[in-house]
Design a protein around this ligand. Structure first.
Ligand SMILES: Cc1cc2nc3c(=O)[nH]c(=O)nc-3n(C[C@H](O)[C@H](O)[C@H](O)COP(=O)(O)OP(=O)(O)OC[C@H]3O[C@@H](n4cnc5c(N)ncnc54)[C@H](O)[C@@H]3O)c2cc1C
Length: 381
């Protein structure tokens, strides 16, 4: 399966491939292909974030950061296709991208599209150069899949707002300087209205960030308590009361996060060869088939980008296929390892991490709802 490209597009991809071949191996973490939620100490986590920032800086200096970001904001000014082609080439390596995934994948496109001139000029070039880490303050104890149920309140006070509430599952909040916050500015009316998106300076003394210890031992997630933080008109991203539209455009970027390489076909093949057992090959085949399906859907996404079309619900289908396959891989690995799983940190950490992938970026059930409604045309339940 391959994608028909113009000579310019193919030239860009080849240049990206050559540059990556020269520079990525120094940052490659070949053993990390099974690592989902690494068990890092705070110091190791800080180093990981710094490695992400250095890699980002290197790409920036070579003209491979912000490929689809306008040149006047420090980007390359090319299209979505070139951006996806670069990401695809980059995913051939195990690079330290995770710590900046929210900043680059969610916050950056949001600021480019909705930010004020001051926000764009100040933050976009800094983000592209790897100088700023942001986190996404969306989920709350009572608002996850049903994000519009959020209750963090921004109450008008003088020329700004005072924010109070609690956010949860905030990835890399302790390493971030700014939060992209959703808060309710109007309690009356339908729940999707009256939400505003803000930039929140996390150094505000009214913000408390507490790590959430994960089953794998690390703590990249956090709870964020906001007890009277001040935000002003300059911090509004988009319009006051229009935060739902801003948030939906942010979440749409998750459609592009599709990567068949997250399905560990090679590592599982090695394990099955090492420990053959009746029925194992068939389940490995299931995992390998899912890898082909996700690759095909990715090709479809790239073709849509090449042809200037909006992707449809295929990203939801691909996420579901990928996480189902990851679950089959994790279960099979645990069965093959048996009691030894207790001493195999790679596969055990993988098996503990997989359920998280079935939640983040939209749960399995929410993906099924999208497919039911948008592919099968079933009514909303
Ligand atoms: C790896 C990871 C990283 C994350 N990073 C961040 C972050 O940086 N910032 C942030 O704000 N949040 C983050 N989150 C939180 C994530 O967005 C939420 O966990 C997710 O939206 C689900 O919300 P919830 O956990 O409240 O579960 P709920 O929405 O309460 O769901 C509970 C169960 O009910 C099911 N369910 C809910 N609604 C429906 C429905 N309509 N139909 C059928 N079933 C339904 C769900 O599928 C699930 O099984 C992260 C989560 C993970 C796992």
């Amino acid at each position: 399966m391959s994608l028909q490209l113009t000579p310019e597009q193919a030239g860009f991809r080849d240049a990206a491939r050559a540059w990556l071949a020269d520079h990525a191996p120094a940052y490659d973490e070949p053993d990390s292909h099974l690592t989902i939620f690494p068990a890092l100490t705070p110091d190791e986590e800080r180093k990981k974030v710094e490695a992400s920032q250095r890699w980002q800086r290197l790409k920036h200096d070579a003209g491979f950061a912000g490929i689809a970001v306008p040149a006047e904001l420090g980007g390359r000014g090319l299209g979505l296709l070139e951006n996806l082609l670069f990401n695809d080439e980059e995913s051939a390596y195990r690079l330290p991208l995770d710590a900046l995934s929210v900043t680059m994948g969610m916050v950056l496109p949001t600021l480019v599209r909705w930010g004020t001139p001051e926000q764009r000029d100040r933050h976009v070039p800094a983000i592209l150069a790897g100088q700023e880490v942001w986190c996404q303050l969306f989920s709350e104890p009572g608002a996850g899949s049903d994000l519009a149920a959020l209750s963090t309140a921004a109450v008008a006070d003088g020329d700004g707002w005072v924010v109070r509430g609690q956010k949860v599952w905030t990835s890399y909040a302790r390493d971030a300087r700014y939060g992209y916050l959703l808060a309710r500015t109007d309690r009356d009316g339908p729940k999707h209205a009256g939400i505003t998106a803000f930039r929140l300076d996390l150094t505000d003394p009214a913000v408390t960030i507490r790590p959430l210890r994960q089953a794998t031992g690390g703590a990249t997630f956090n709870e964020v308590f906001i007890d009277g933080a001040r935000v002003g008109a300059a911090d509004v991203i988009g319009e006051v009361g229009d935060g739902w539209r801003v948030a939906i455009s942010t979440l749409m970027n998750e459609r592009y996060a599709l990567d068949p390489k997250v399905i560990p076909v090679e590592a599982l093949t090695a394990l099955v060869r090492e420990r053959p057992r009746p029925g194992a090959a068939a389940r490995l085949g299931e995992v390998a088939a899912a890898h082909r399906v996700v690759s095909a859907i990715k090709l479809r996404l790239l073709s849509a980008a090449r042809d200037g079309l909006e992707p449809g619900p295929e990203g939801s289908a691909a996420k579901l296929v990928a996480t189902d396959a990851q679950q089959v891989a994790a279960d099979l690995a645990m069965e093959l390892l048996g009691p030894e799983a207790r001493t195999d940190n790679r596969w055990t950490a993988y098996a503990i991490g997989v359920p998280g992938l079935r939640i983040g970026g939209g749960t399995d059930e929410i993906m099924k709802n999208v497919i039911a409604q948008r592919v099968l045309g079933l009514p909303r339940s």
